[in-house]
Design a protein around this ligand. Structure first.
Ligand SMILES: *Cc1c(COP(=O)(O)O)cnc(C)c1O
Length: 402
């Protein structure tokens, strides 16, 4: 009997699991090519670059089911998913409406590559739908937003994006990396394409780079054709790691939702903190929207110590559990300062215009003990706000080993 599963947690474990020689876990098919089956089309050839080895096929089935979508495609990185999707949808001189605060790589793709390929874009404010129509052009083909934006954790007007796309015959696209299918499933809200950096939560262990396109089968098939020629395929070993990482997505993300909310609440109540950005806080301007869309508010937050850049630097030096590193979505907590990492390419004035302060700290909250994380944040803040200049603590030496 064909197996179909209802709940995300069951699908994570049991969908896209071909029983091969009775193996409970899918093996790695470390073979670039496969015996011909006699078909005459390109599709009948099985070859890693064509994304159709058993490891790819199993992942596609699992990933599509997670967002209740028709189809999915794994790619060599999040940027391979985003670029292949945009190049396919905008092919032949298309114009894109795209949210103004964007993941740095996507921002760079638009600003440094688009014009050379005859493509164009206009930025929109994703929370001001009344301002979008004025930016439409005859060649506008798509509208693109991020489920939770980096680094201020803004949430767009999702229904408005989907309605606007339907009304103007555009492809609606969303980068769902920060939300994950556990917290938000864009196809259920009418989005045509949901994109992920699987490097982050989907894999969850900070040990591969991968991407995913999820959505309507006709669109995903067209993107797959492009990807075959761009060459952005995922190798079978990374497929295997992603497949394995996915199985714990539900438990990881729920723990991260819980930990991040606890850390955000702690930070909000601390006198050494000027501002906290987290859609799960009642004080967030996006909280009502986030509540409507999301099953949980995710593991990403950012905050500004009241002492500005100097206090931020001290906090980063003093904290002992999180690792100071870019990227996000793994089991370990990571810290970064957007002004020095993801948004380094912008001028201080541009950053200020977007609300990204020089002292802003971004936190990817892991699955460590929330209590211990909060205690660590407290000691780092209290030191940096001038409270404990006397005692060099045990954690200080631990810090230097990283
Ligand atoms: C990391 C990231 C990407 C790019 O993914 P890579 O796997 O690094 O190519 C795209 N969007 C968001 C929101 C990301 O965090």
């Amino acid at each position: 009997m064909a197996k179909t599963f209802q709940d995300l947690d069951t699908k994570l474990i049991h969908t896209g699991e071909p029983m091969i020689a009775g193996a409970v876990s899918i093996p790695i098919f470390q073979s670039s090519t496969f015996e011909s089956e006699g078909g005459k089309s390109y599709d009948a050839i099985r070859y890693i670059r064509l994304n159709n080895t058993p490891n790819h096929i199993a992942l596609h089935e699992k990933l599509a089911s997670l967002e209740n979508a028709q189809a999915a495609l794994v790619t060599a990185s999040g940027m391979a998913a985003i670029s292949a999707a945009l190049f396919t949808v905008l092919k032949g001189g298309g114009h894109l409406l795209v949210q103004d605060v964007l993941y740095g790589g996507t921002h760079g793709l638009l600003t440094s590559q688009f014009a050379g390929f005859g493509l164009s874009y206009d930025f929109i404010d994703p929370s001001a739908p009344q301002s979008w129509e004025a930016k439409l052009r005859p060649n506008t083909r798509a509208i693109y937003v991020e489920a939770i934006s980096n680094p201020l954790m803004g949430v767009p007007e999702m229904e408005a994006v989907v309605d606007f796309a339907k009304k103007h015959d555009l492809v609606s696209m969303i980068d769902n990396t920060f939300a994950t299918p556990v917290n938000f499933r864009p196809p259920e809200w009418g989005f045509d394409l949901s994109l992920h950096s699987a490097t982050k939560y989907l894999n969850g262990h900070s040990d591969i780079v991968a991407g995913v396109v999820i959505g309507r089968s006709e669109l995903v098939a067209r993107i797959n054709v492009g990807l075959r020629y761009y060459g952005g395929t995922l190798d079978p070993h990374a497929c295997f790691l992603l497949h394995r990482g996915l199985k714990t997505l539900g438990v990881r993300v729920r723990q991260q939702n819980e930990n991040a909310l606890a850390v955000a609440r702690f930070l909000e109540g601390h006198p050494g903190v000027a501002r906290v950005n987290y859609p799960g806080l009642e004080s967030s301007p996006d909280h009502e929207r986030a509540k409507r869309y999301f099953g949980g508010f995710g593991g990403m937050l950012s905050f500004e110590p009241s002492g500005g850049e100097k206090a931020a630097k001290e906090f980063m030096d003093r904290v002992t559990i999180p690792i100071v590193a870019p990227s996000l979505g793994g089991v370990e907590s990571l810290l970064s300062r957007p002004a020095y990492t993801s948004h380094l390419a912008l001028t201080p004035e541009e950053r200020a215009g977007l609300g990204i302060g020089e002292g802003l700290i971004r936190v990817s909250v892991g699955i460590e003990s929330a209590e211990e994380l909060i205690a660590d944040f407290r000691q780092a803040l209290e030191w940096s706000s001038g409270g404990q200049t006397d005692s060099k603590t045990r954690e200080d030496s631990g810090r230097q080993e990283r």
